[in-house]
Design a protein around this ligand. Structure first.
Ligand code: F6P
Length: 754
């Protein structure tokens, strides 16, 4: 770095010399051309002045001299000449007769002069005579009476002052030009230095990913106009390279655990990744028979877990299970998955009070309703915020502890950790921080009601890459950052620059593991269906619908039940023929809003069952308890229709899980238009869950859809989930991160060499 600092001015100086040398030559020519010119001009002006002056003196002396000459009064003539010669510039006077004989002369009259016009050198103007004692101005002025020429008056002016004046002028002109030259040189050196710095800064900024599409502005110097075309070319080149690489990556990579692993080894030189999330992938619980391991109902865990297994590394999460403390080592670490360990789970402990403020309070009573349009008002309390800050710092400290280099790759997950990227960045400025926001991002007005909006945004902008599910959420985020923070935003390249930190905001639609973990191990769909129907005490030809969610008001469970009820109203022949199974994992049940919601769900299911249970076959079976993924998978395979009716959802992985589960290419997905998944799974029956008839009709259409149509739709959706799987989601983020890291390293190297 120091070496860099020494070489940097040297490079600037070199650049400056290229400006200064031609400038100096130009100045020299100017000085040697201008000085004689000025000299000559001043001399001519002086001679002209002397001519006028001589004429004036001659005119004044004409009359008295002629009179005195005619009288022959020699003494008065001498006196007149003497008096006149007292003038400062007039050196001498002489009076000649008609024959050009010098009759009278003052004492200083030069012997070299006579009554004849002086010989002129080519270079001197008329009347200028160079004598050994110095230059003089000589004029012969005729003395004429009315009838004849009587003689002439010789006036000799001292011009030596002109020499002095010329020398002075020359000196001042040279001095002036010298000073001007120095000033211009200094300015040139300074400008060249700034241009070079600006240029280098610009190149480095571009390599970091900044300013690819925008002229350099802001704190660094703008490149000089002569460098602009080069800057433009470099930008275009980087942009093309980026686009080409992205395209090549996407079209040539078949995303799988292996390709993700290879990518990490190649592009990120075998970096171990550190994942941070609130929810842990494996929860150890104390049960009667001993300790049980649970897989939580969380889209985040569903997506990130296979990625971690592929990449290995450390996953830092809240240890929330009743047997979590008993299963970790002295560093709070445990290897998982328990039956075939592939990565490390590092648990962070929270007190009840901390969990209340950070998780239930700020995260789930504040940010969760703030980001979801589900008509539940967010609640913000200062005490919750304080816990949120404290716990974010605790997780940041754990990341720093777990990092084995000063530039780790950290994947920060979700709204529980908006401050974490900023905190990590402070401690590890070179870290590559990829933050993924698993829920929607609201528009600036909605987000603006959060009292700590600036702090949250600043924290998130500590990220290198900030990911959302959809371009729409990215757009909302860019607009929000623009509204509430001093930042430089480039919409075209989707980057935000704040205080020298650049964050790329990009959409990465999350997905699920493909091929599914159970592939080739499950019994045929028909067998699974008949087992489930038997378990539920339903006849073999009963039609089944399935919904799988956390018990959350954003999931549209009430709206879904209303649609089921409306289906029976519109198509009463289906009562007793169709049963809808709702799996609803308990979630955030410490919160009143969730308790009330769960109560409403139970009440509504009960009311509908009262109306439409037929021959002991219920309309709705509500299973409000935790189910492990393999159990859920069985229901997916057994049901003719899956309903995802979220009122607002980042992605919703249940939709994709259902599609993945149907290797028989049967079954229909009814999908809310307010999920991220609706932007990808176009062959689902897309509904507005607020529109009860429309949703009921879609449900009916699903139950009566011909098999060939089911196959067509399912096949197409399965192809999409296969290609756009979770390895692609993680891989694209890591590839982008690798690109940013490469650019930063290149920028640092250029910095060293400049
Ligand atoms: O789909 C992702 C998600 O909604 C997360 O945002 C959330 O953390 C998780 O599922 C489930 O919520 P919780 O962790 O509160 O149980």
């Amino acid at each position: 770095m120091r070496q860099n600092q020494h070489r940097f001015p040297f490079r600037s100086l070199q650049l400056s010399l290229r400006f200064v040398i031609p400038l100096a030559i130009a100045l020299a020519i100017l000085a040697y051309g201008v000085v004689p010119l000025v000299d000559g001009l001043t001399l001519r002006w002086a001679v002209r002045d002397m001519d006028i002056r001589s004429r004036l003196i001659s005119n004044t002396l004409q009359e008295p001299l002629i009179e005195l000459l005619q009288q022959g009064n020699h003494s008065r003539i001498n006196a007149l000449l003497l008096r006149t010669s007292k003038d400062e510039r007039l050196l001498a006077l002489g009076v000649c007769d008609q024959t050009d004989k010098l009759l009278f002369r003052t004492a200083a009259f030069p012997g070299e002069l006579s009554c004849k016009a002086p010989d002129q050198s080519d270079s001197d103007p008329l009347h200028l005579v160079r004598l050994p004692q110095g230059p003089v101005h000589v004029t012969l002025n005729p003395l004429e009476s009315e009838y004849s020429r009587i003689g002439s008056l010789v006036l000799v002016h001292d011009m030596s002052y002109m020499e002095r004046r010329s020398a002075d002028t020359r000196k001042y002109v040279i001095m002036l030009f010298a000073v001007l030259g120095v000033v211009i040189s200094l300015i040139t050196v300074f400008v060249a230095h700034l241009s070079w710095r600006g240029w280098m800064e610009g190149v480095r900024a571009m390599l970091r990913g900044e300013g690819i599409l925008k002229p350099f502005t802001g704190p660094q110097q703008a490149p000089s106009s002569e460098l602009q075309p080069l800057v433009g070319d470099l930008r275009a080149l980087l942009r093309n390279l980026d686009a080409e690489r992205r395209f090549a990556d996407d079209s040539t990579i078949t995303w799988s655990p292996e390709s993700l692993r290879t990518l990490l080894h190649k592009q990120l030189v075998g970096e171990r990744v550190i994942v941070v999330s609130n929810r842990e992938p494996y929860i150890h619980l104390k049960k009667e028979g001993g300790i049980e391991v649970h897989r939580p109902a969380s889209g985040l865990v569903t997506a990130v877990e296979p990625v971690m297994r592929a990449c290995s590394g450390t996953w830092i999460a809240h240890g929330s299970g009743s047997a979590d403390r008993e299963t970790v080592d002295k560093h709070d670490r445990v290897r998982v998955p328990p039956d075939q360990p592939e990565y490390t789970l590092r648990r962070i402990w929270l007190t009840e009070e901390e969990e209340k403020g950070y998780y239930y309070g700020f995260s789930n009573e504040g940010l969760w309703p703030l980001c979801h349009i589900a008509h539940v008002r967010p609640v913000f309390r200062s005490s919750d915020w304080e816990q949120y800050v404290r716990i974010n710092q605790r997780f940041a400290d754990a990341v720093i502890e777990e990092a084995d280099s000063d530039d780790p790759v950290v994947l920060v997950q979700d709204y529980h950790f908006a401050l974490l990227p900023g905190m990590i960045r402070k401690a590890l400025p070179k870290a590559t921080i990829i933050t993924f926001w698993h829920i929607p991002w609201p528009n600036p007005e909605s987000f603006g009601i959060c009292p700590w909006r600036e702090e949250l945004l600043k924290g998130m902008l500590g990220s290198t890459i900030l990911g959302f599910h959809t371009p729409y959420h990215c757009k909302n985020f860019l607009e929000t950052a623009d509204r509430y923070l001093e930042t430089r935003i480039e919409h075209e390249s989707s980057t935000i620059s704040r205080r020298g930190q650049l964050t790329m905001v990009e959409s990465y639609p999350i997905s699920i593991q493909w091929p599914p973990p159970w592939r080739g191990t499950l019994p045929p769909v028909e067998q699974t269906r008949s087992e489930i129907l038997t378990d539920l005490g339903l006849p073999a030809d009963q039609l089944l619908g399935i919904g799988v969610d956390r018990m959350d008001y954003t999931k549209g469970i009430l709206e879904r039940f209303n649609a089921v009820e409306r289906l029976f109203e519109l198509h009463p022949e289906l009562a007793g023929r169709f049963t809808f199974i709702q799996i609803a994992a308990p979630s955030r049940s410490a919160l009143e809003e969730y308790q009330a919601f769960e109560a409403r769900v139970h009440t509504l299911a009960g009311r509908i069952n009262n109306r439409f249970t037929h021959n002991g076959r219920p309309a709705i079976i509500l299973k409000a308890e935790h189910h492990e993924p393999d159990q859920v998978n069985r229901y997916y395979r057994a049901a003719q229709v899956c309903m995802v009716t979220s009122l607002h959802d980042g992605m919703n992985l249940v939709a994709k899980e259902y599609v993945a589960a149907r290797d028989d290419e049967r079954g229909v997905l009814v999908l809310s238009q307010f999920t991220g998944a609706a932007h990808e799974l176009h062959e689902a029956l897309i509904v507005n869950p607020y529109h009860v008839e429309q949703t009921a009709e879609a449900l009916y259409q699903a139950l009566t859809m011909p098999e060939y149509e089911q196959r067509e739709r399912m096949r197409s959706m399965r192809a999409l989930v296969r290609d756009f799987n979770v390895y692609r989601w993680a891989g694209r983020m890591l590839l982008d991160a690798a690109r940013v890291r490469q650019r930063q390293k290149l920028a640092a190297r250029i910095g060293k060499e400049s």
